[in-house]
Ligand binder design. Sequence first.
Ligand code: SF4
Length: 346
Amino acid sequence: MKQNIRHLSLSELQTLVTNWDFKKSKANYIYETIWYRHIYNFAEMPELPEGLLILLNEHCFIPQTKIFNNQMSTDGTIKCSLQLFDKHLIEGVLIPTEHRITVCVSSQVGCSLSCSFCATGYMERKRNVTFDEIVDQVVLLNDLALVHYQKPISNVVYMGMGEPMLNYQNVIQSVEKLTDQKGLSIAPKRITISTAGVAKMIKKLADEKIKINLALSLHAANDKKRNEIMPINESNRLEELIAMLNYFHTKSKNEITLEYILLEGFNDTIEDANELIAFYKKVPVHLVNILEYNSIQNANFQKPKESAIDAFVQHLQQHHINAHLRRSRGKDIAAACGQLANMSTT
Ligand code: SF4
């Protein structure tokens, strides 16, 4: 079995190379070429002696993630279907706005959490996306950003396919790579991990050295309703999430955002808004994003009427909640929130 060389730390790579009687500096060169120049082919590393090249090709490989397909929305959003080395497909999205270019990455192939409003939730979870494959998504989409917007990406959100907290180790390792100052050097405060609410992992994230932002996909602010659309809530109740969000803020001082998708006749009344206000007051939330729902084939939810959306948002703002209505980006290409899965399942 060949070894995925990107899963070796620098010191493991140095041990491998020196055991083959080559200098440690060659290991440093391989590591830098892979992680800082994003070259994934030993043949494109001219400083490797022939003997080392032969051994590397015999014992190691560098998995390739490729852009399988991409579509650009009329609003400039780009959705990419990315093929992993074992042919699984995931999706990543580039979202340009006036001041930033955000890349949304997938952390799992499919998802096991089965949120009823989400296209990915209807896919079987095939496997976790490894940390190097998460970095690949950012590198490939950054290249696309340079081509289409003439600017590099500025922000990374883990809001694509999958629940990042259920692939925790790979997510943290990918954050370490993305923030490496010799590499892409993305500031931790420009990285946000979104969760459907895995309470014990929120605590773990709070205790990490790297301080990144957190978004909780709330979508209903009482347990009964939340259980109906997000089965994860049955074992991670709102009171527990409130405690963990407070712990996260105390430990990390980083920003917490609440995400709330408005679903007609389900969570869009003034009473629902009042429950959201009550939840907001119990946690140190920086911002509440009210999201437009984007219909998917499998689910029977609809976006509320404009008047109901406006009334909901205004009610929050009148109660001094820092709430913003986020209009969907990339709806025409099914790249908007909760719609990822379409290209990958075809
Ligand atoms: S919303 Fe997130 S956690 Fe829920 S099914 Fe979709 S991808 Fe999974």
